[in-house]
Design a protein. Structure first.
Lengths: 349, 76, 374
């Protein structure tokens, strides 16, 4: 019996979807990489197609981070899972004081995934990597049977060199230090939530803030040496970061609610769903702790960047050593901020 | 069980309507406020308009919410 | 004038009024949304120490009996059943876990923000039996009624509701019938009042001589309500005041009341941690029996047992504060709730835990430090 098989035919114009064989390590895997992935992400490392990317690094400290992305829906106003996967890992490196450099990209695709959607996600990954100035140097693709994943999942792992002579850390925080946030909060979490069932009865212009912040952070660290700590308020929202800051420094942190930047439409959406915007995720914001004498300089530097133009000073550490974060509420009352418990559910009560 | 917000009707199709909350559009049911028409204000709870409101009263409620984020002093 | 300046003026007035009153006063906010908003905006921190807010039974999630949750979970084990619920109910535990846990074990549970989404789901997926967990007070009951009417009109054979609606006034009257209840006045639930009308609270004022104030949900409105109640006590008055007339009329919304009346009839209802209260719930009328999940699935509710040591019943009736319960914050926390008041985000215990527990620790520590200094 003779059977002829195409040897290097491009992906059939009729093939619109991912099939299990795309992850089988055979010809279809090669086609996926050659026709869809590499043209979008190519660089000298991917060109080599080795099992590992070999990087030459200067002496010093390397920051190393990993994160998985499972957001639903895959595309939402202001971003998509691809942009999120690059920005999230870049930001995790940047807030540790590192210059993000190289990213490993791992895709888990569900059988039946629309190839056009995959192309869009890869374009988005490439665009976000360009924006951040990082290279995707190695990767992996697996396909799982229909129903075993939700469209696609992405893992990104990144490395970057820590700026020499610059150490950031919570241990340095002391009474008097000032807290800033780089812009309006809660956009990402609410924009995504409004795209999900059952909130589809709500149509909003709200956009995710997903963005790589390494440029903004690099300028801040260069121009304001008094910056001592950075953290991106992703899951758990601003509340998660400020409660953690108070708890782990053991200091008393007072935050003024009226100074926390938030878009009016975001506040409305939060009211509609019964959510506290402080608990809602951000993907393009950074919380900054700075010595009091440089708070204005930090604010100015943040505001000079389009990604930080709505930055604000929101609070200050006080002397009392009780590890609590206190919110001076918008009506002048006081309450203690705690970390959110987990998934925030829309409520009608 | 009481989260409710005032919203303006921008489109009406029998019992169903779309209201505007800030810049967000939301689908609501008008069975409890059948007289409400386009441009009228209603109080929305769990996908239903539960009361018709005067524009003045509706705006007053929104003002209370908007005012919450007016800083005490101009940010430095 | 900024909101803070307005609040500060109200606060000063309240402190002065409480001083003139010269004795402690306890007011019950009946609605859970009042509880959450007061805690979230720090209203308690602004109040004089002699004026106390008690969180009443106004969280329908907290007063939903365990056996009702257990019945929902049992229904969810049926492969043909899709449970639909407001997000509020997901973490409420029955004796056998919560809907969140049931979902992790394979039950098809979907969160809706409107009853009409549940009806729409039944239309879209005719192969599924869609059951809506119909909880809530008078604000939410008309929406359930409208869904049942829509299902009847469209002849939807795959839509039912498991009714557990509760009525506010019978609960308030039952609380006042308890001679140990420590309640000097009520902040009446603003949006329930939209439906039933401010005049509905007249029996509380006339028969029990307790002041009632209907107010809105913004912190300023809540403080205004507390001040109005304190002023009544100071003047020795017992009045029904509607301080939310922008949205609450005296007679309520007759269309909404008619919807409730068309589909439901009053029935005895079990309140978690309080017990059975006569005619405090809503049962489907016989005309709509085909949409009653109790009937379709032959569900009878078993016995309810409140967890040992739990003082939620006393918290809801104002006899003790959440922090007085030995379980509070130790074994009973929002992540692992034991009592009903800890399960819902608007439950008094969870609101206290989330917003006030640390605050109280903070106050204790300060007091202890002052003692050492002096």
């Amino acid at each position: 019996m003779t059977r002829t098989e195409p040897t290097s035919a491009p992906i059939s114009p009729h093939a619109q979807r991912i099939v299990l064989a795309h992850g089988g390590g055979g010809q279809l895997t090669d086609e996926l990489i050659e026709d869809i992935i590499r043209p979008r992400l190519n660089n000298e490392w991917l060109e080599a197609l080795d099992d590992s990317a070999v990087l030459s690094v200067p002496a010093g400290n390397l920051a190393f981070t990993t994160d998985s992305y499972v957001v639903q829906p895959l595309e939402f106003p202001g971003g998509d899972i691809g942009r999120l996967a690059v920005s999230g890992t870049v930001n995790d490196l940047a807030v540790c004081g590192a210059e993000p450099a190289h990213i490993a990209l791992s895709l888990i695709l569900e059988e039946g995934l629309d190839l056009e959607l995959l192309r869009r996600m890869l374009d988005s990954i490439a665009a976000a990597a360009d924006e951040a100035g990082v290279r995707i140097v190695t990767g992996d693709t697996k396909v799982v049977a229909r129903g075993q994943a939700d469209g696609m999942y992405i893992n990104t792992t990144g490395v970057g060199m820590i700026r020499p002579g610059r150490s950031l850390g919570m241990a340095q925080v002391q009474a008097g230090d000032v807290v800033l946030v780089s812009g309006e909060i809660a956009d990402h979490g609410l924009a995504v939530m409004l795209q999900r069932e059952p909130q589809t009865a709500i149509r909003s212009e709200l956009k995710s803030d997903a963005a790589p912040l390494n440029g903004l952070i690099a300028r801040l660290l260069e121009q304001v040496p008094e910056v001592i700590f950075l953290r991106d308020p992703t899951r758990g929202g601003l509340a998660g970061v400020i409660a953690d800051l108070a708890e782990r420094t053991g200091l008393h942190l007072v935050i003024d609610e009226t100074r926390i930047p938030i878009r009016q439409e975001t506040l409305y959406a939060a009211e509609m769903l019964g959510l506290d915007p402080l608990d809602v995720a951000n993907e393009g914001k950074v919380v900054v702790v700075v010595r009091p004498n440089a708070a204005d300089a930090a604010l100015e530097t943040l505001r000079a960047d389009p990604l930080g133009c709505r930055a604000a000073i929101i609070g200050q550490f006080e002397g009392e050593a009780d590890g609590l974060c206190e919110l001076l509420t918008d009506v002048g009352g006081r309450r203690i901020i705690q970390k959110p418990y987990g998934e925030e559910l829309p409520r009608i009560c | 069980m009481c989260l409710a917000l005032p919203a303006k009707i921008v489109e009406k199709d029998g019992e169903d309507a779309w209201v505007l909350l800030g810049d967000a559009r939301m689908k609501v049911n008008l069975v409890m406020t059948p007289e409400a028409e386009v441009d009228d204000w209603v109080l929305v709870h769990a996908g239903f308009a539960i009361q018709q409101l005067s524009e003045e009263d509706a705006l007053e409620t929104w003002q209370l919410i908007d005012d919450l984020r007016q800083p005490e002093e101009a940010a430095s | 004038m900024t909101i803070r300046a307005q609040m500060s003026r109200l606060t000063e007035d309240l402190h002065a009024c409480a001083d003139r009153l010269g004795r402690p006063a306890s007011f019950m906010e009946v609605c859970g949304t009042h509880t959450v908003n007061a805690c979230r905006s720090g209203v308690h921190s602004l109040m004089p120490s002699t004026v106390r807010l008690i969180s009443g039974p106004g969280c329908p999630v907290c007063v939903t009996a365990q056996r009702y949750i257990d019945a929902l979970i049992e229904l969810g084990r049926d492969d043909d059943v899709t449970l639909t619920t407001y997000g509020d109910m997901m973490r409420v535990a029955g004796a056998g876990g919560s809907l969140e846990l049931a979902r992790s074990e394979g039950a098809d549970v979907r969160i809706v923000t409107s009853t009409m989404e549940a009806v729409e789901l039944a239309r879209r997926e005719p192969g599924r039996q869609v059951v809506f967990a119909a909880v809530g007070f008078e604000t939410t009951a008309p929406a359930t009624a409208a869904a049942v009417l829509a299902a009847k009109r469209d002849g939807l054979a795959n839509f039912t509701v498991l009714p557990c609606h509760k009525l506010v006034l019978p609960a308030m009257m039952a609380l006042l019938a308890d001679p140990e209840a420590q309640i000097d006045g009520f902040i009446c639930p603003g949006h329930v009042s939209v439906i039933i009308g401010a005049e509905a609270y007249r029996p509380v004022v006339d028969q029990h001589a307790k002041p009632c104030v209907v107010t809105g949900f913004e912190a300023l409105q809540i403080m205004d309500g507390i001040l109005a109640l304190t002023r009544q006590l100071e003047a020795g008055e017992t009045k029904l005041e509607n301080r939310y007339p922008q949205v609450v009329s005296n007679e309520g919304n007759p269309k909404a009341m008619a919807l409730i009346d068309k589909v439901f009839q009053p029935g005895d209802s079990a309140w978690r941690a309080i017990g059975m209260i006569a005619r405090s719930g809503l049962d489907l009328r016989p005309d709509y029996a085909e949409f009653d999940a109790f009937q379709r699935y032959g569900i009878t509710l078993g016995e309810d047992h409140d967890p040992p040591g739990c003082r939620c019943g006393e918290v809801i009736t104002g006899k003790c504060a959440p922090a007085d319960c030995p379980l509070f914050g130790t074994v009973c926390t929002p992540i692992y709730p034991i009592g009903p008041c800890m399960v819902s985000s608007e439950g008094s215990c969870q609101a206290w835990f989330k917003y006030r527990r640390q605050e109280m620790k903070h106050a204790e520590r300060r007091a202890a430090q002052e003692e050492i200094v002096s």
